[in-house]
Each structure stands twice: as structure tokens, then as C-alpha cells.
Ligand binder design. Structure first.
Ligand code: C2O
Ligand code: CU
Ligand code: CU
Length: 513
């Protein structure tokens, strides 16, 4: 039997497994011996129904029953199905209307991540759909062509609902942006909703069963792609576009191929990059997306992996050091590609994809600071001040509950920031906690100005709605606040590690006259 570690070693990744203490739970090991993998599921494509000039979608939130492991069933949540939802296809400039019918036994919400929409249509923690109730948001799609997603955004319980399946992908298309990129859904344009999950022996989801889950967020030991465990894919074309969505609650993925082959990133969170970026490794933190194009014309078998990230966090006694050192240390197989011979040329990747207007720094009329903190018994800063809870304060590695932004935890009735309509702002994101946080802002897309004063890498120079802020790092972003004024209904900004968000690492802003 070829173990995963041997396989990785054969491809030159042996040291990763060894140095990070490759850990596979017994259920996964047993199953990987028992079966040769599963064809990658492709979520149904929902194109809606055009009624007049409105494109209407029906989305039913429902209890599901999934079989991720043969012979077991997992109680899950789905949208028009058992786990996850259909891929929604929107067109730029079209009016969409979503009929959401909550047939769950609990309240839920659906947020349109990355979209510039009125705050009342945003699907955040203020737009709760009660069990048995319906909600009908409508908005005009103003985003560029790209890969977005939708997911539960319940205050305190969003993490658990997403974990069980309340999420799906959104693809925006733009008739004015027709390139010769691979674009046949499910054929050479492949959605990849990548998640890590943990299961009990009986197959049920295991959520928040360890102390560290409350500190670093919920990470699993089993990869699901579009709800498929151990997926494989057989390309039928030379070039394949993968729309990678990190839909994990807390884990960062570092995508790379087992033979080290190059691929090209063509899009970031908010749409196409100006030009393709050739790379061998691509890191995505939770909620970030990237579209990549890979050439499989060599017919070789190859695996898409997630490489463990070595930690440079210092070693010292207590739980914190161990947690931080193991944070994203594991490597995983994400997708096995079964090579095919004689694949036809199906597309090209143009040297220039689009042109991106860079928001000029001089246009900003205001600068705000956002300081991300974890009061975890370490010297991690700001767990004082209103709404922050108490501090253990003696360095004992306790806490795990005090997540804050600017020293304050999310309060549903407290507006943290008021932003003048039609202005451009610079937000300075800092992080005085021991771990990375993916910072997300609602209501559209921003651009990165710099990381610690340095120009960000080329694949971060496109439109973004979620950005990694490393421990000790200062990231400056620039954003415009246009179109929607609402002095009552706020938008959110938050850490997209869902367990951090659920524990207070979130704030609210209004856009006012
Ligand atoms: Cu992906 Cu506040 O959301
Ligand atoms: Cu969002
Ligand atoms: Cu966080």
C-alpha cells in the first residue's frame, strides 16, 4: 500500500509530512484504504428564471442527510439539497431576486459575500430569517465577473451553520468581458468549495469539541471539496480553470501540485487580475477566492495538495505555543487528477485580462485604524475597554473568548464606525495577536495599498474583500463607499475565522449622508 506520506515523498514533499507530524484520524485512514476516491461532485448550476427584467432564484434552506463516508450518514444542512447549495450564476448589471425559504428548525441567514448591495439586502446578522419564514432580498449585480459565495451569517451561530453546509458559490459573468478562458461550467470551469471537517465515529459532524477550537477556530482532519471526500477529477480539456473558494471555518490552504507544476492565477476575490500571475503555490485564508488555470495536456496523474505551513512561533510551556505552532502545519490532498491523453486545446489565457483602476491614495479623505486582538492570556493586547469581557491576565494560556477589534467585541446594537457617503477611506489593519486573521469588509471590494509598507505580491493587487493580516503585520487597504446611504442598517467588518467572528471579532459601520 502506498501511504500518503510515501506518495508525497515520491513527489518531493516528504519533508513536509515528516516535519509537521502528518496526522490522519483513524476513520480517514480506514476509509482511504477501503476506497479509491470519489468523482468530484459539481454543485448544480442555478441560473434563475427571468421574469420581466428580474432574475429570480428559489433557495430552500433544509435539513439534509449526507453520506461522506460509505455506510454512515451525517446530519447536514443544504440549500435545495443535502449539503451546501447550488452555484448561483448572476450576470453583471442584472437585477436578481432571491426567494429564501427557511425550512430549518432554527433561524438562519444568507449573506452575499463580496457584493455591493444595500445593507438591508446584505444577509448579515440583522437579516435573520426565522424558522418557517421567508426572505426576499433583491439587488442589482454591480460586481465584475468573478467568484463569490453565500453563507450563513447568524450572530454567534454562523460558524456552526456554515460547518454543517449552509454555503454555496456564486459566479458572476459579464457579457462585456468575454475572454477565451475556460468557461464551460463543470467541464473546464470547475467550482471548488474547499473545506476541512471533523467527524465522529458514527459519521456525524464534530463541532467545537476541543478547547483549541475556541482559540484558533474550528479545523478538521478531512477535506471535502463540493462535499466530496477524497475527490478525483478527470480532465477532458488541456486547460482547466479551478475556482478555488476557501470555505473552511478557520484553516488556511496553501495550494500546490504534487509535481510542483506551475499554474496561473487569473482572478482574486473581486474579479480578474490585470494579468495572469504564474505561480507554484497559492495561499488562501478563509473566505478568499482565486481562479487558477492549469495545463493538463501532459496527461500525467497529479495531485492538488495543501501544503502545511511551517510555524516560527516560539516554543514555550502551556497550550498556546502548541496551538500556534500546529496552526496550519498539516498538509492535505485536495484533489486527485487522473491524467488523460490526447486532450484538446480548449482555451487560451490572454496576457492581459482586464485593466484595473487603482484607487489613488490621495483620494482618501479619512483613515481609520482596526486593531485585531485576542485576549488569550498572552500579551496580545487589547482585551480591556467596553464590551470586551474580563482578562485572565497572568499569562496562563486561558481565555480563548476575548476576540476584539479596537478593544471592543461585536454588539448587535452598537455602531462602531460611521462613514461619510461617497468618500474614499484608508483602513489600517493591525494585528497584535499571536495568529493570522483574515479581515473581511462587507459592501464590496477594496484594494491593498501595502503590507508593512511594502507593495503586496501581484496576485493581491486586484480587487479583494478579504485580506490576510499576519501576526504583527500592518496592512493598509483603500475602499470607496458609494451608492447606498442608510443611517439605520449597518454593514459588518470582521475576522473570517468563523469562530472568531462568532466570539466577537466583528464590528459594524453605517454609511451616512
Ligand atoms: Cu463571508 Cu461577513 O462574511
Ligand atoms: Cu461578506
Ligand atoms: Cu481571527
Amino acid at each position: 500500500m502506498i501511504t500518503r506520506r510515501k506518495a508525497l515523498k515520491a513527489f518531493g514533499f516528504g519533508s513536509l509530512g515528516a516535519s509537521t507530524g502528518l496526522y490522519l484520524p483513524s476513520l480517514t485512514v480506514a476509509q482511504s484504504i477501503a476506497d479509491a476516491g470519489n468523482p468530484l461532485k459539481i454543485p448544480a448550476l442555478a441560473q434563475g428564471e427571468l421574469v420581466g427584467n428580474v432574475r429570480q432564484f428559489q433557495l430552500r434552506l433544509q435539513q439534509g442527510s449526507s453520506s461522506f463516508f460509505p455506510g454512515t450518514t451525517t446530519a447536514s444542512i443544504g440549500i435545495n439539497g443535502d449539503y451546501l447549495g447550488p452555484t448561483l450564476r448572476f450576470r453583471r448589471n442584472e437585477l436578481v431576486s432571491l426567494h429564501i425559504d427557511n425550512q430549518l428548525r432554527e433561524p438562519a441567514s444568507l449573506h452575499w459575500h463580496g457584493f455591493h448591495v444595500p445593507a438591508t439586502e446584505d444577509g448579515g446578522p440583522h437579516q435573520v430569517v426565522a424558522s418557517g419564514d421567508t426572505w426576499n432580498p433583491q439587488f442589482t449585480v454591480v460586481q465584475f465577473a468573478g467568484t463569490f459565495w453565500y453563507h450563513s451569517h447568524m450572530l454567534d451561530t454562523g460558524g456552526e451553520q456554515v460547518y454543517k453546509g449552509l454555503a454555496g458559490m456564486i459566479i458572476v459573468e459579464d457579457d462585456d468581458q468575454q475572454l477565451e478562458l475556460p468557461s464551460t461550467y463543470g467541464v473546464d470551469d470547475i467550482p471548488m468549495v474547499v473545506q476541512d471537517r471533523r467527524f465522529n465515529e458514527d459519521g456525524s459532524f464534530r463541532y467545537m469539541n476541543a478547547y483549541e477550537d475556541t482559540v484558533v477556530g474550528m479545523r478538521g482532519d478531512t477535506i471535502l471539496v463540493n462535499g466530496t471526500r477524497q475527490p478525483y477529477f478527470e480532465p477532458t480539456t488541456a486547460l482547466v480553470r479551478f475556482r478555488l473558494l476557501n470555505a473552511a471555518n478557520a484553516r488556511t490552504f496553501v495550494f500546490a501540485f504534487s509535481d510542483g507544476r506551475e499554474f496561473r492565477q487569473i482572478a482574486s476575490d473581486g474579479g480578474l487580475l490585470q494579468a495572469p500571475v504564474t505561480m507554484r503555490q497559492l495561499e488562501l485564508t478563509p473566505a478568499e477566492r482565486a481562479e487558477i488555470v492549469v495545463d493538463f495536456s501532459d496527461g500525467a496523474d497529479v495531485r492538488l495538495l495543501s501544503l502545511g505551513k511551517p510555524s516560527n512561533f516560539p516554543e514555550f510551556p502551556g497550550a498556546m505555543s502548541g496551538m500556534m505552532r500546529s496552526l496550519n502545519a498539516q498538509d492535505f490532498e485536495i484533489l486527485s487528477i487522473h491524467g488523460q491523453n490526447g486532450l484538446n486545446d480548449n482555451a487560451i489565457v490572454p496576457e492581459q485580462l482586464t485593466s484595473i483602476y487603482r484607487l489613488p491614495e490621495a483620494a482618501a479623505t479619512n483613515t481609520r485604524q482596526f486593531r485585531l486582538s485576542m485576549g488569550s492570556g498572552m500579551r496580545s493586547g487589547d482585551d480591556r475597554g467596553p464590551g470586551t469581557g474580563s482578562r485572565n491576565g497572568n499569562g496562563g494560556g486561558h481565555g480563548g473568548g476575548n476576540f476584539s477589534i479596537n478593544g471592543r467585541r461585536m454588539e448587535i446594537d452598537y455602531i462602531n464606525e460611521r462613514i461619510q457617503f461617497n468618500t474614499t477611506e484608508i483602513w489600517e489593519l493591525s494585528n497584535n495577536s499571536p495568529m493570522m486573521h483574515p479581515f473581511h469588509v462587507h459592501n464590496g471590494q477594496f484594494q491593498l495599498l501595502d503590507r508593512n509598507g511594502r507593495t503586496p505580491p501581484a496576485n493581491e493587487m486586484g480587487w479583494k474583500d478579504t485580506v490576510q493580516v499576519g501576526s504583527g503585520e500592518l496592512v493598509r487597504i483603500i475602499m470607496r463607499f458609494t451608492d447606498f446611504i442608510d443611517d439605520e442598517n449597518p454593514y459588518m467588518y470582521h475576522c473570517h475565522i468563523l469562530e472568531h467572528e462568532d466570539r466577537g471579532m466583528m464590528g459594524q459601520f453605517l454609511i451616512i449622508e
